[in-house]
Structure formats: structure tokens, C-alpha cells
Design a protein around this ligand. Structure first.
Ligand code: ADP
Length: 275
């Protein structure tokens, strides 16, 4: 029997202040431990989707279930505790005078005992490589450091599902690489990860599922290979083809790949196939 999804959306629509719908009839299941890249042009509804599944916004129509529980106004806090969001602009999240207080804020709000708060903060500081930064004011940190603090904020809340809204948009290559290591660690801890991004190369190598939004609707939902193979769809959703995917297709056409059908996701995997 298939495991119950951690999140289930049934025919979810959402409109801001009675305007035109930003999400239209979205139905999908998300299973624990999935690594999902959420793609689509600006204004497609990706952020609105995230804000609905973390309970900041509530659907205008349709239902969201979290761990089998239909979300209503009464149990909305369960969804907010279970699904954490890391906003694109880390500054939006920083409110405390020091990194330590900043990270403590979430677990203190959960009304956890003092020792538990301390231990969660220590764990998040260690996890995000922030030792030595604890007493510094978050506002004077670099962009990459702020991003690490904003992720530590959410790690200290220990949600099941992490939503990252365009996390690499403001990061230099070294910080973006470090972020991928953090994603791997969270994944090893069986966390469910959804990342909205315009970086198709990242989506192709990292995700095991890609969901494409267009005009508030789910336009495609499948493995990176299945989604990026649909050229018409990619054109329509302004998605470029991932570089490695293009190289592999070219090598296949020229019969230069020994094992057809095995699609490498990284340069190392490609090298192994060419050997
Ligand atoms: P994406 O994250 O894919 O760029 P959004 O979810 O931000 O897309 O936006 C989807 C639609 O909702 C767009 O038409 C956008 O203009 C509209 N929208 C987003 N936020 C608001 C808001 N706070 N008030 C009114 N309309 C909004």
C-alpha cells in the first residue's frame, strides 16, 4: 500500500483580495522525503503555492490535508509547525539583535522548555556552520551568512517540510554550493524539500520531481527527465533546457553514449558513461 502523502492538495484555488486567481485548481500529493523543484515563469503562482501549503495563506477554494488531517482555521497551527518556509529575501526574516536570539525566536514561540530551545539552537548553529556568529547582529552579516541564519531559524523549528523560495537567487557560487550540501544533509534526515527556482541545471541534477506552474496551474509534474523532454512545454513555460541534458541528447544522437537510456545528472556520471 502506498504511504499516505505528507501533504495533499485537492482542487486548491487562491485569489488575493478577490482579484484574479493566483492558483487555479491545484491537486497534487507530496510524499515524505521527496526532493521537488518548483519551476515556472515570474507570476506563475510558485510563491502563492508555498504560502498556501505553509498556512500563511488559506485556499479560497479546495482543501489541504497535512498528514491526513484536513486543515481548517482551528488546526492551522499544525500546518505552520510542520511546514517551514525560507523566504528569498533573508532580511525579511531577521528581527532579533543577535544571531542566537534570532534562531531562538521560533522554538520559543513554540513554547518549548528552555533546555529544549537551547539544544535546538545549538543544533541549528552547528548544522549551518554558524559557530562564532552567535552574538553578532544579523543585519551586519553578508548575504550568504544571512541566508544561513534564515535557514537555521527554520531548522530550529524542526519542521517535516522545508520550502525554499528561490534560495540561490542572491548567492555567489561558493554559497550556492554550500546550500546544496545543506540540502543533502536535510534530505539524509528524511526531510521533505521543495525549492522554487529558475536554475534549471540545479533542478535537473538535484530534484527527483519537478512541478511546473504556469498561470496558477500545474502545467507539468514528473521526473526532471520526463519534464525537460517536453520541448513544447518548456518553451511555453520559458524553461531553458539544462546544459547537461542537452549534451546527453547530442551524444545520444551521435551514438557516442555507450548505454542509451541511462541519463547522467552530473559531469561525473557523464564521464563514467563515456569511459
Ligand atoms: P511566482 O512566485 O511564480 O513569481 P506569485 O505567486 O508571486 O508567482 O504570483 C502569482 C500571481 O499573484 C501574480 O499574478 C502576482 O501578481 C499575484 N500576487 C502575488 N502576490 C500578491 C499580493 N500580495 N497581492 C496581490 N496579488 C499578488
Amino acid at each position: 500500500m502506498k504511504e499516505e502523502p505528507i501533504l495533499r492538495l485537492c482542487d486548491v484555488s487562491f485569489a488575493y483580495h478577490g482579484g484574479k486567481p493566483a492558483l487555479r485548481h491545484v491537486s497534487l500529493d507530496i510524499h515524505a522525503g521527496e526532493k521537488i523543484a518548483v519551476l515556472g515563469p515570474n507570476g506563475a503562482g510558485k510563491s502563492t503555492f508555498f504560502l498556501n501549503i505553509n498556512g500563511v495563506l488559506s485556499p479560497t477554494e479546495g482543501t489541504i490535508c497535512y498528514k491526513g488531517m484536513k486543515i481548517t482555521r482551528k488546526n492551522l497551527n499544525e500546518l505552520r509547525k510542520g511546514v517551514g518556509i525560507i523566504f528569498q529575501d533573508a532580511d525579511n526574516q531577521m528581527i532579533a539583535p543577535s544571531v542566537r536570539e534570532e534562531i531562538s525566536f521560533g522554538p520559543m514561540n513554540l513554547k518549548l522548555p528552555k533546555e529544549e530551545v537551547e539544544s535546538r539552537v545549538d543544533n541549528a548553529v552547528g548544522f549551518m556552520n554558524l559557530k562564532g556568529f552567535e552574538d553578532r547582529p544579523p543585519h551586519y552579516l553578508s548575504g550568504g551568512e544571512k541566508k544561513r541564519v534564515s535557514i537555521a531559524d527554520i531548522i530550529a523549528m524542526d519542521p517535516d517540510v522545508f520550502l525554499f523560495d528561490e534560495p540561490t537567487a542572491s548567492l555567489d557560487p561558493a554559497n550556492a554550493e554550500q546550500l546544496e550540501l545543506v540540502l543533502d544533509l536535510l534530505s539524509r534526515r528524511k526531510k521533505t524539500l521543495l525549492i522554487s527556482t529558475h536554475d534549471v541545471d540545479f533542478a535537473y541534477r538535484w530534484a527527483d520531481r519537478v512541478i511546473v506552474f504556469k498561470d496558477g496551474r500545474v502545467r507539468a509534474d514528473g521526473t526532471p527527465l520526463a519534464v525537460f523532454s517536453q520541448q513544447e512545454l518548456c518553451k511555453e513555460a520559458n524553461l531553458k533546457s539544462p546544459a547537461l541534458f542537452q549534451v546527453v541528447r547530442l551524444l545520444e544522437q551521435k551514438n557516442l553514449l555507450k548505454e542509451k537510456g541511462r541519463t547522467p545528472k552530473t559531469l561525473t556520471e557523464l564521464e563514467a558513461l563515456l569511459r
